[in-house]
Design a protein. Structure first.
Length: 68
């Protein structure tokens, strides 16, 4: 009976380890998705900033040409 109890306890604890590993893997996958989404957002922001700067340069050049 004691061996049976120890076996059940060992199996239960092993099951907890598997669940913990599964939870950690899921959390890691979610974090990876967050990082990838953050990179996409950063790229989009950089593109918008670049476009805005280009537009400002064009406006400045147009103003300078009009002043001449």
């Amino acid at each position: 009976m004691t061996r049976f109890t120890i076996l059940i306890a060992a199996l239960t604890l092993a099951g907890c380890g598997v669940e913990t590993a599964s939870t950690a893997a899921t959390a890691a996958a979610l974090k990876k998705q967050e990082i990838e989404q953050g990179k996409k957002t950063l790229e989009q922001a950089q593109q918008k900033i670049g476009a805005a700067m280009e537009q400002m340069q064009q406006s400045s050049q147009t103003r300078e040409a009009a002043e001449k």
